[in-house]
Unconditional design. Structure first.
Length: 586
């Protein structure tokens, strides 16, 4: 089973179950080694498709994923290749090095980029003032607990800047009122109801005096309420979000939920489409702060109503809070596509947003495209690796012996060599490629000007490559001029690294055998470490990366004597002699 098939299978299992353990994955995929499954989980986590947990993985909102289907009326499919089909993008906050690659791609294409709920480099901000809303909610809580002793539990999502601002605001509101809790316990719900429930339960067990909970969103609040109820604790819960009218209805129950800092996702969705439309029509965009309100049981009826289909935001409130109407001919937008890339597509916040966005798009005649961001991240990383491979091809000269390990960048390099052989066969006359990758072999097998030598070794089915100690036997008789090494991580400290131990050892043998080694590392891999060390930085001549690599990452390599080459720029001649006389240069 190739990597793409494994990834699709893992995601299919998670969409059905919401959570999966390594044991379950091994039962469902008995032909795939455990080390390969762990590497697949790491790759999917980096792309933002899943969240790794000890012993398995989860989707952020497993219960919602099981119960809710796709958004009616919206086009909900992966971005087929990249962002080329979109005329504007609305991007919620996402973390990880891959997210930077996605943002750079949006900026590179010059399409309107709206950063929802948290500022992002290159984007125009759309969303509430999270800190100010938190301060107001904190002041209310301070008035209600004034003079009473209390200990506080904070349930947050630590990795997201907007939720950190909510926590900081709430605590500031308490402090401004001169109220100080006896103790503060902070837990990270990680965007998952199930995890939030577990960590809240642990906090309640550890401190029986906890009687106030601040939650950064609806799921965190529900987790705190249910954890307290299971332990028969009396708590007052203050929550940010108001992501669904169903959650807001809890204010009418005279239960632990005392107030909600409502951020109105329906309003954010409407205004997001309005901003996207303005950008598509060529108008300049400016940051837009959306409204919020502190809603209590007493003021619930001012904003929400209970009807035949359950609670919902009042239409006049929605119109009042998002009253902007754009004047233009809707025909101008009939072929335009606005992308919405939520990291947590099952979250009530994003479903409420998307429903409002879809209705607004229908008003304007535009199409809403809903796609998880990891599709765009994966496509952009592939594009960067293709650029790196194109530049690497320019370093190959006639008569060279070139070593390639397995990996997407190596496959792309092989495909670029195939294209070069078709257009300029004299450039590759007498070239020999030594590889442990069957994908590289297949890409080059029909090229008459290139001889391909497959190393020995044990076949690792998951990666379609050869590994093991016998892999190095070929290098007793063949010495490559150049080794191009595709890696999962590269730092001056740890060196080159791979997600798989046996692939790491195979790459090390190629480096040891070659006169000159050049690392193929996209900007996501550069500056990060994978699990298994391939070789130290001193063993390589150059790193070939893309122009998105951070300056500090590039400088760290240069400071230890490693050249940093940028794809698309003029590259130096390789310091090798292709007639058999090797030049050992420092």
């Amino acid at each position: 089973m190739i990597r793409e098939q494994r990834h699709a299978r893992i995601l299919s299992i998670l969409r059905k179950q919401g959570v999966v353990s390594m044991e379950e994955l091994r039962r469902c995929m008995p032909d795939v080694a455990a080390v390969t499954l762990r590497r697949d989980l790491a790759q999917l986590d980096e792309l933002g498709a899943i969240r790794r947990r000890h012993g398995g993985a989860v989707l952020p909102d497993e219960s919602l994923v099981r119960s809710k289907g796709p958004l009616p009326g919206a086009e909900a499919s992966p971005l087929a290749s990249d962002l080329a089909s979109l005329n504007a993008v609305i991007l919620p906050p996402i973390s990880g090095r891959g997210s930077e690659a996605l943002r750079r791609d949006i900026i590179r294409r010059g399409i309107p980029f709206i950063a929802e709920s948290a500022p992002q480099p290159g984007g125009v901000y759309l969303g509430p003032d999270n800190f100010a809303a938190g301060v107001e909610l904190g002041r209310l809580a301070a008035r209600e607990v004034e003079g009473k002793p209390f200990s506080m539990l904070v349930i947050s999502v630590a990795e997201l800047p907007n939720t950190r601002e909510r926590v900081a605001g709430f605590e500031t509101g308490l402090a401004e009122a001169g109220v100080k809790p006896a103790a503060i316990h902070r837990v990270n719900g990680q965007g998952s109801y199930r995890i939030g429930l577990r960590v809240a339960h642990d906090a309640f067990v550890a401190d029986e005096t906890i009687n106030l909970v601040f939650a950064v969103n609806d799921h965190a609040a529900i987790a705190g309420i249910e954890a307290a109820q299971r332990l028969d604790r009396q708590v007052a819960v203050y929550s940010m979000g108001g992501e669904s009218a169903g959650f807001m209805a809890r204010l009418a129950e005279s239960g632990p939920l005392k107030a909600v800092g409502a951020l109105f996702p329906e309003v954010v969705g409407r205004l997001g489409i309005d901003m996207a439309v303005l950008g598509i029509l060529g108008q300049s965009l400016s940051d837009t702060v959306t409204p919020h309100a502190i809603i209590t049981p007493r003021t619930l009826g001012d904003y929400f109503e209970d009807g035949p289909d359950g609670w919902r935001l009042k239409e006049d409130v929605l119109d009042r809070l998002s009253s902007v109407r754009l004047g233009f001919n809707a025909k101008l937008l009939r072929s335009r596509r606005i992308g919405f890339l939520p990291h947590y597509p099952a979250h009530d916040w994003y479903r409420s947003m998307a429903s409002a966005m879809q209705a607004r798009c229908q008003d304007y005649g535009a199409t809403l495209v809903v796609s998880p961001p990891h599709h765009g991240i994966s496509a952009e990383i592939a594009r960067l690796r293709r650029e790196i491979a194109q530049s690497a091809t320019l370093l190959v000269r006639a008569g060279m012996v070139v070593a390639l390990n397995e990996g997407q960048a190596s496959l792309f390099l092989a495909e670029e060599l195939r294209s070069l052989a078709a257009s300029k066969p004299e450039r590759l006359q007498g070239v020999t490629v030594v590889t442990n990758s069957f994908d590289v072999l297949n890409a080059l097998e029909e090229i008459p000007t290139v001889k391909v030598i497959l190393t020995g070794g044990e076949y690792q089915k998951a990666d379609r490559c050869l590994v093991g100690p016998s892999l190095g036997a070929i290098f007793e008789r063949v010495r490559p001029h150049l080794a191009f090494i595709a890696v999962d991580g590269a730092t001056p400290g740890f060196g080159l690294s791979s997600l798989d131990e046996r692939r790491a050892l195979a790459a090390q043998r190629l480096i040891d055998a070659a006169e000159v080694s050049i690392v193929l590392a996209d900007s996501v891999a550069l500056g990060s470490d994978a699990n298994h060390r391939i070789a130290g930085a001193a063993q390589i001549r150059s790193v070939l990366t893309d122009d998105g690599a951070l300056p500090e990452d590039r400088q760290r390599f240069r400071s230890v004597g490693v050249d940093v080459l940028i794809a698309g720029e003029v590259l130096p001649e390789p310091a090798v002699d292709t007639v058999g006389n090797y030049r050992n240069q420092p």
